[in-house]
Design a protein around this ligand. Structure first.
Ligand SMILES: Cc1ncc(COP(=O)(O)O)c(C=O)c1O
Length: 406
């Protein structure tokens, strides 16, 4: 048997695949699985954005190769968004590039800046591309805590002190997927000061900039004066405008880093289809009503989830932002780990969640619950889970096979 290719060998089997397979086989048996697993928004893209796409696509001039770094109007719209929302001034010519979703931008930034063996400081647990974008580019990951609390800077200092060579970059992701932690501007100030002193690049993933609750909009790290000297930030239209399949995002910030990403991308792609770029421009230039509607829907779902799961006996901290709850595995099941617990939920409650271990080893006491089903289905999931908890308390060995105990 031939050996696996060098890069493919560095990609572990996808944990979520095991849950997906179980989900598919339960569905093939006729089970109605309530899928709170993948972070795939279920809401339709607002009509005005779809209409714009349909209008523009009729013009054959838009069928040619587009601009890899984004059409000028789109980059200007993103600059206006940063000015409006964060009070951050950006030059659309040199400090903004459009990406094919933020995931592509992040992965190609890793490709652009990483030399073999470069050390990257990365939260654990985190969204997988944060680590694997760099691993595929020959980098080495050193894990950091995900919580943006008082322990973060000491952990960062330890990470830097004990890494040889000195780390190239630090990854931040607040609001976090999967943990839903939100950072304050003061936190960012401390991190930027430390990173500047130690000549470390900051890559900030702000995919959930607009999905926040209780009137607390998450800040951008670029709001810290001077952060732009070392920082690039990634935003996404996938969640903000319910456009995940459209593949539209942005990288903004330091000119040298943006130039490196733009250059790599100019060799790899021709940019998003022009009608998508034009429709995305319309979306960004909108009055914010579409964003508020999406935010309200996730807000209501969050409240329903926290309330109904709590009444089912599963107390879950209410996330302040993002479209996820980071749910501690209930005590009686914690010893099983997140993958086995997720499998039990599919088999015995017809509910799919994402096992925390899929986001890193430090996520194994949790599962991630995505708010991607409607309120009625979330309540139904809570009822199913309550039934499962009750029956497993009465007959534990009928529900949790002995072999599953670690
Ligand atoms: C933190 C985070 N970053 C990036 C992405 C990818 O977004 P996009 O669709 O823009 O590639 C996701 C999607 O779930 C995410 O949760």
């Amino acid at each position: 048997m031939e050996e696996e290719f060098h890069k493919v060998r560095r990609l572990p089997p996808y944990v979520f695949e095991q849950v997906n397979r179980l989900k598919a086989s339960a569905r093939s048996r006729g089970a109605d699985i309530i899928d709170l697993g993948m972070g795939n928004p279920d809401l339709p893209t607002p009509k005005s954005i779809v209409d714009k796409l349909c209008e523009v696509v009729r013009d054959p001039r838009t069928h040619r190769y587009s601009s890899s770094r984004g059409i000028p109007g789109l980059r200007r719209a993103q600059a206006n968004y940063y000015a409006r929302r964060f009070g951050v001034k950006l030059d659309p010519e040199t400090q903004i590039v459009a990406t094919l979703g933020s995931k592509e931008g992040f992965a190609n930034m890793a490709q652009a800046i990483t030399a073999p063996g470069d050390v990257i400081l990365c939260p654990n647990p985190t969204y997988p591309i944060h680590a694997f974008g760099f691993i595929m580019s020959g980098g080495v990951i050193r894990s950091l805590q995900a919580e943006p609390d008082a322990g973060f800077i000491p952990a960062l200092e330890r990470g830097v002190r004990h890494s040889i060579p000195k780390p190239l970059a630090l990854i931040l992701n607040y609001p976090s997927n999967p943990t839903a932690h939100v950072a304050t501007l003061d936190f960012y100030k401390d991190v930027v000061a430390y990173a500047k002193k130690n000549d470390i690049i900051i890559l900030s993933d702000l995919a959930y900039s607009e999905i926040y609750f209780d009137g607390n909009p998450p800040p951008s790290v670029l709001q810290v004066p001077g952060a732009i000297d070392i920082t690039v930030e990634f935003t996404s239209m996938s969640k903000t405008f319910s456009m995940p399949g459209w593949r539209m995002g942005f990288a903004v910030g330091n000119e040298r880093l943006i130039a490196a990403l733009t250059r790599v991308k100019s060799y790899l792609d021709y940019g998003a289809f022009t009608p998508i770029q034009v429709a995305a421009t319309t979306a960004l230039n909108g009055d914010g009503a579409d964003i508020a509607e999406v935010r309200d829907i996730y807000h209501r779902r969050r409240d329903v989830m926290v309330d109904s799961f709590g009444r089912a006996g599963w107390v879950i901290p209410a996330p302040a932002a993002s479209m996820f709850a980071w749910a501690p595995i209930p005590g009686p099941f914690r010893h099983l780990g997140s993958l086995e617990f997720s499998k039990l939920l599919i088999e015995h409650a017809d509910v799919a969640v994402a096992p925390g271990v899929g986001f890193g080893e430090h996520g194994d006491d949790f599962v991630r619950i995505a708010l991607v089903e409607n309120e009625h289905r979330i309540r139904q999931a809570a009822r199913n889970i309550k039934r499962f908890f009750t029956s497993s308390a009465k007959q534990p060995n009928n529900v949790v096979p002995l072999a599953a105990h670690r």
